[in-house]
Design a binder for this molecule. Structure first.
Ligand SMILES: *Cc1c(COP(=O)(O)O)cnc(C)c1O
Length: 346
């Protein structure tokens, strides 16, 4: 940090794909959205978004929510009764990034599953073993839900492919569990595999997905399931204060965002370039599967500070440095980031 006049460096912001802002086209769509009161009766643009999202996700129905945390909370609240145990892959967003709402508000007792099938993915045997036999009043934990995550954020945006997903769902079903899928970045998995998102939701009871990450909407997620599930979800959303009135201005952004799923592949290509470049410079980086690059470093805080001095912003995640590629970072930006790191020489 001796030489570089850091103020002269333009920031390359790789903290998250949530930092993406609505572009002109999106702002125009928002400005001209047809709206209504979505609490009194309905807002036509929210209704259109919910229909589109349900179809893409292969579910009967979907509900718009202001955030992904609320979408997951609604789903877990509907699946769990107080004291029920639920299973989720270790470091799942519902376990580490939602401030304990799965326990505090949804009443669930979390149980983390090891990633023994690969990063972000437990095996079906691990699911079965975690449920265990029901034997006696004190030991018979009421385990009722498997909450999956695809892509798995903290594991580095890792994909659970459709065949493994099907086996996990089958194991959960055989053990009498319901299945929720946190698909905040399911679009990334679908884009990378060149599959419809619905191919990755087969057999689940509910799925949540974000519109405000790589797809670039400023606000919004969806939670989808059966008609009956979504009716209950709508009541829960209202209880949580997530019933918005002329939300069509936000849903219009979400509708446009859903046209951009294939564009996520650019972010994945940029992630691979960044990972390869970092590796060439001696960093310990796993090959990214989507738009997240995780780097194992001896001292995360020190590295983040150094990167910051180079005008490169990143965040800590699961004991590593996390870089997230998104639509506002170009291939040139990635080259520039690598150039700055190279020059810095640390
Ligand atoms: C971002 C994220 C969410 C929810 O995020 P919001 O910021 O509330 O929209 C949920 N699950 C995963 C895996 C995420 O990455």
């Amino acid at each position: 940090m001796t030489s570089a006049p850091t103020t002269a460096l333009s920031a390359i912001d790789l903290r998250s794909d949530t930092i993406t802002t609505p572009d002109e086209e999106m702002r125009a769509a928002m400005a001209s959205a047809e709206v209504g009161d979505n609490v009194i009766d309905s807002d036509p643009t929210i209704v259109a978004l919910e229909r589109r999202a349900a179809d893409l996700l292969g579910m009967e129905s979907a509900l718009w929510t202001p955030s992904g945390v609320m979408a997951n909370l609604i789903a877990l609240s509907l699946h769990l009764q107080r004291g029920d145990r639920f299973l989720a892959p270790r470091d799942a967003h519902v376990l580490i990034n939602e401030l304990g709402s799965a326990a505090w508000l949804a009443g669930g007792m979390p149980h983390a599953l090891e990633h023994d099938a690969g990063p972000g993915r437990p095996t079906p045997a691990t699911v079965r073993a975690a449920v265990g036999p029901a034997d006696g009043p004190y030991y018979a934990l009421r385990t009722t839900l498997l909450s999956l995550e695809n892509t798995h954020n903290a594991a580095g945006g890792t994909i659970t492919p459709p065949d493994e997903h099907a086996q996990l769902v089958a194991a959960a079903r055989a053990s009498g569990l319901g299945v929720h899928l946190d698909g905040a970045r399911l679009w990334n998995a679908a884009a990378e595999l060149d599959l419809p998102p619905a191919a990755l939701t087969v057999g689940v009871d509910s799925v949540s997905a974000c519109l405000s990450k790589g797809l670039g909407a400023p606000v919004g997620s969806v939670v989808a399931g059966t008609e009956e599930f979504v009716e209950r979800a709508r009541r829960m959303r209202q209880m949580l204060g997530g019933g918005v009135r002329q939300g069509g201005v936000l849903a219009a952004a979400g509708l446009l965002a859903l046209d951009r799923i294939a564009e996520l592949r650019n972010d994945h290509a940029n992630a691979r370039t960044l990972a390869a470049g970092l590796r060439e410079r001696g960093w310990d980086v796993a090959e990214p599967q989507t738009n997240i690059v995780l780097a194992a470093v001896p001292d995360v805080a020190w590295t983040l500070e150094n990167l910051q001095a180079l005008g490169i912003r990143a965040l800590p995640m699961a004991g590593k440095v996390r870089f997230v590629l998104h639509r506002e970072v170009t291939a040139d930006d990635v080259d520039e980031a690598l150039r700055r790191i190279e020059e810095d020489g640390r």
